[in-house]
Ligand binder design. Structure first.
Ligand code: DLL
Length: 436
């Protein structure tokens, strides 16, 4: 793999500023952001007053803990535009969640917000090892999802030649990567696996592909998956994180030279880790739920937003800004099986240790008698694998999960192509338990 480390002088000075400088900037921006939210969004005014706190009470960064959290339900209650802090006529764009699990949530951007977003995405793509003149194949979905258009603007800002292909039509994805000689690809890690299958189906050697780096995010993925994809394509695989409520992709990104967690662009997004049950702030290095406060957003300031993503904060390495460890999962995705907490990423990790099984998987939950039961659907690597070989691989995975995660599962290895493929965010868990 090529060394893609960006030169020190190509970085934004704040990325490598002293911690004191970063904290001073955060404090002054946080004061402005709290005032902006309080003065212009009735929800924040009521919530701050309910907690008996005023923006003037913020004297140091740690005073932020006195302010109330914002949760997804607050956004739903204020659907569609109630959380906006500027007149509707100043909104340049909206994005929205799909709303498959409830009422959709809407976020808005002024022109200045879009500019900041493009800058943090450009910073993320540069940290990933891309530079002006490179070709970027952007396979995140375009539309109301923030992935496609978010990456798009940052890629233009960095001076890349962008192929705005969006998700789907996997055969064409492979053809365009090859014909246009893409240096980089932005896509969900699960869809990258579908592209990998298609590479092989078309008879291309993925290790000979022009790709030098993949920038993967929008869903949890493991270091084991990183190793799998890096080896398959002979390219770097780096992690990009973000969420619509905070801005979209580009809240945090790994550096290609270290790949040791994601540097949070702390000059725009202030992170905290809290205990997911009590909401008490935790120290850096302690594991808990990630919470964000926007420092510069105009249209949709967000104060202490509970992301539900579980991780911990670590000191900076390649940049001065703090890192977040790869996200283990969302607290909503945690499965409690007969008293044991399980995340789909733990299943992924074990699956990738077994060479005879492909990296595709889906978890199905059912009820057997009065007990919850987990079925893990997987596939053999080889199309020609016999029934006996498939069963042996399935048994091996079941045993690994039992000994590492501590749960008994039923692993079903069917023919290749049977496990649902993703063209965006993978659906890892299908809950077929009767609703009580
Ligand atoms: O997924 C934004 C995005 C697009 C990020 C493209 C990266 C690349 P939402 O649809 O609002 O926004 O979903 C946000 O996705 O709270 C996490 O649970 C999950 N997520 C995003 N990035 C990662 C990641 C976009 N790198 C939700 N690792 C977040 C793990 C991630 N989970």
């Amino acid at each position: 793999m090529q060394d893609l480390t960006p030169s020190r002088d190509s970085l934004d000075p704040i990325e490598i500023a002293s911690r004191d400088e970063i904290s001073a900037l955060q404090l002054s921006r946080m004061k402005t952001s709290l005032h902006h939210a309080y003065d212009n969004v009735p929800h924040y005014q009521a919530a701050f007053e309910g907690a008996d706190v005023h923006p003037d009470d913020l004297k140091s960064l740690s005073d932020l803990a006195r302010f109330p959290f914002t949760v997804k339900q607050d956004l739903r209650d204020n659907y569609p535009f109630g959380m906006f802090a500027v007149p509707r006529t100043e909104i340049a764009r909206v994005h929205a969640s799909s709303g498959t699990t409830g009422q959709p949530t809407v976020v808005g951007y002024t022109k200045s917000d879009l500019e900041i977003w493009a800058n943090v995405v450009a910073r993320s793509l540069r940290a990933s090892g891309l530079k002006a003149g490179d070709v970027l194949h952007n396979a995140y979905g375009y539309g109301l999802f923030t992935g496609g258009l978010g990456i798009h603007a940052g890629a233009e800002k960095l001076g890349l030649m962008q192929v705005p292909v969006s998700g789907g039509m996997t055969q064409r994805q492979v053809r365009l990567i090859e014909d246009f000689r893409a240096d980089g690809i932005t896509v969900t890690p699960s869809y990258m696996l579908s592209i990998l299958d298609e590479y092989r189906a078309q008879g291309f050697d993925p290790r000979q592909s022009p790709l030098k780096v993949g920038v993967f995010g929008a869903e949890p993925w493991t270091n084991a998956m990183r190793a799998e994809v890096e080896d398959a394509f002979d390219m770097h695989a780096v992690d990009i994180y973000g969420l619509s409520e905070v801005i979209g992709p580009g809240v945090a990104n790994e550096c290609v030279e270290t790949k040791d967690g994601l540097h949070i662009w702390e000059d725009h997004f202030y992170p905290e880790i809290v205990d997911p049950t009590t909401g008490e702030p935790l120290e850096d290095c302690e594991f808990g739920e990630l919470v964000f406060t926007s420092l510069t957003k105009e249209a949709f300031p967000i104060i202490r937003y509970r992301t539900r993503d579980l991780t911990r904060l670590l000191p900076g390495t390649a940049r001065s800004m703090r890192r977040m460890e790869k996200v283990t999962g969302r607290s909503d995705d945690m499965i409690i099986l007969r008293g044991v907490n399980v995340f789909p990423t733990q299943i992924e990790e074990q699956l990738l240790t077994i060479d005879t099984l492909a990296p595709h998987f889906q978890i199905e939950l059912i009820r057997k008698g009065r007990m919850d039961h987990m079925i893990i659907h997987v596939e053999p690597t080889l199309a020609a694998a016999s029934e006996i070989e498939r069963q042996a691989s399935a048994k091996q995975l079941g045993a690994r999960i039992k000994s590492t995660v501590g749960i008994s599962t039923e692993v079903r290895a069917s023919e290749p192509g049977k496990v649902a493929r993703s063209q965006g965010k993978a659906v890892r868990v299908v809950d077929n338990r009767p609703k009580s």
